[in-house]
Design a protein around this ligand. Structure first.
Ligand SMILES: *[C@@H]1O[C@H](CO)[C@@H](O)[C@H](O)[C@H]1NC(C)=O
Ligand SMILES: *[C@@H]1O[C@H](CO)[C@@H](O)[C@H](O)[C@H]1NC(C)=O
Ligand SMILES: *[C@@H]1O[C@H](CO)[C@@H](O)[C@H](O)[C@H]1NC(C)=O
Length: 447
């Protein structure tokens, strides 16, 4: 009898724990930000002459299908179905009220004929291409000024075949900035879910000047040595929610941005309301990053339940003199990292300017950053927080952080300068800037 009572008790306790955990962690989702729409009107790329043999160029088929969606304007929008097969194509534009649906085993593959790639104007908040002056190559899948767009399906693949572009970068033969795999400009109410992104020429998913964007259940893959293949870069955008995804690329997994130096300051468009949760991945650069292009400001970023393996830097906030912009109210919590060069890095000296016309008096402001519940093993350097002499970072709060590994002999685990804030339960013990009397325990009073 007694054993039975104990068993019941344990069972109740386990159930309660399970419910609490799923309410706290598992059940919070991006749903509700953008309604998932059902489309009654369905067309197939095959209806427009699409051939999935991996050789035939399907540019005309994609453009014709999307022209049909744009001009026939069926009530409730149209779903463009991509059946199994490999559909080679040049870049194409999306339109409003459409779903691009990739079936299982469907691949939309970018041509490697870089000579035919269209050029478009630089983004005003960058003033030039990110890599080279002048225009830039249009993204493989492109959308400008659209709304109500869904890219989804049964985990089909969008393949950028980026190798030719990486080689042009390596050999310094690029004439303009490489294309993103998907760029959404000035758009709203976008869902990207259940798709695999592979071998992007440059950044993978780039929503810029957008609002209400959901990215969930995606897989993003590019080799470790592929240059600048960032996973997801919300840029001068608001209300962006990214969750339940696996990202392994050659650059930052997720980097929140808002324009570059004098161009970004003049354009003045911040990123705000960015939610990131349940992301797993690997990269030689950063896991969760803010920057380095933050000239329009970045605020209200919340990232939680992040698992990182084989990283350059786990959590990285980065900016520089000339950037301007206010980075504030950034929270990153519940991070597990295994094998990283640096666990946590906040830096005001990353360099990298568009030209010599940046304003040396445009100092960035970094304030109200909470990093809590971080567990790391095999971490070479736990932390580095280097503020600016004339614009010290303030309200930097570290709480319940354990970052362990073989620290280089003779080096301090934490490097800090021009920073103030607090630290509670941080191991190894952080720098005196964060732990002097009056600082410790003050974590709750920032932001
Ligand atoms: C696609 O969009 C770009 C940029 O908005 C535009 O320059 C180009 O003409 C469009 N291409 C087609 C085929 O509509
Ligand atoms: C697609 O991938 C996601 C994320 O990895 C996974 O949760 C989902 O079950 C997959 N769906 C299908 C239809 O395979
Ligand atoms: C800070 O950001 C969170 C979202 O991460 C938001 O809910 C909260 O209202 C923001 N706080 C302030 C003071 O803006």
């Amino acid at each position: 009898m007694c054993r039975f009572v104990v068993w019941i008790f344990l069972c109740f306790a386990a159930t309660a724990l399970f419910l609490t955990r799923s309410v706290l962690a598992g059940d919070v989702t991006c749903s509700g930000i953008v309604p998932m729409r059902h489309r009654n009107d369905v067309i197939s790329i095959k209806d427009f002459g699409g051939v999935g043999d991996g050789k035939t160029l399907n540019t005309k088929a994609f453009r014709a299908a999307i022209y049909r969606i744009e001009h026939l304007r069926r009530r409730g929008g149209t779903l463009l179905y991509i059946p199994p097969g490999v559909y080679l194509t040049e870049s194409f534009n999306l339109t409003s009220h459409m779903t691009l649906y990739l079936s299982k085993d469907a691949v939309i593959r970018a041509t490697q004929d870089t000579g035919s790639w269209p050029l478009i104007a630089p983004l005003p908040s960058y003033g030039r291409g990110r890599e080279l002056p002048g225009g830039r190559y249009m993204s493989f899948i492109h959308a400008d000024g659209v709304h109500d767009v869904i890219i989804t399906g049964e985990n089909g693949t969008i393949d950028g075949q980026g190798e030719v572009w990486w080689n042009m970068w390596r050999q310094r033969t690029l004439q303009f900035t490489r294309p993103n795999l998907i760029e959404l400009i000035n758009s709203r109410n976008i869902i990207i879910s259940n798709v695999i992104f592979k071998d992007s020429p440059f950044w993978n998913i780039h929503p810029v000047y957008c609002r209400n964007v959901v990215v969930q259940f995606v897989t993003i893959l590019a080799p470790f040595d592929s240059p600048n293949t960032d996973g997801i870069d919300p840029d001068s955008s608001s209300n962006v929610c990214i969750e339940d995804s696996y990202i392994s690329t050659g650059d930052d997994l997720i980097a929140v941005k808002s324009g570059w130096d004098e161009y970004g300051i003049a354009y003045g468009r911040p990123s705000s309301g960015i939610t990131i949760r349940r992301i797993t991945g690997s990269s030689p650069f950063a896991g969760i990053a803010v920057g380095s292009e933050t000239s329009g400001g970045v605020q209200n970023v919340f990232a939680e339940h992040i698992n990182l393996y084989n990283m350059g830097v786990g959590i990285h906030l980065k900016t520089d003199i000339g950037r301007g912009g206010v980075i504030r109210n950034i929270t990153v919590s519940n991070v597990y990292m295994e094998k990283a060069r640096t666990g946590i890095k906040i830096a005001g000296n990353v360099g990298d300017h568009p030209d010599d016309n940046f304003n040396p008096n445009a100092l960035p402001v970094v304030k109200g950053v909470v990093i809590r519940d971080v567990w790391g093993v095999d971490i070479l350097q736990p932390g580095s927080i280097i503020g600016l002499k004339n614009s010290p970072f303030t309200g930097i709060c570290l709480s319940k952080i354990n970052l362990h590994g073989k620290i280089k002999p003779g080096t301090a685990p934490w490097k800090c300068s021009d920073v103030s804030g607090g630290a509670v339960g941080v191991s190894p013990w952080p720098c005196s800037e964060l732990t002097s009397p009056g600082q410790t325990g003050s974590c709750s009073s920032f932001i």
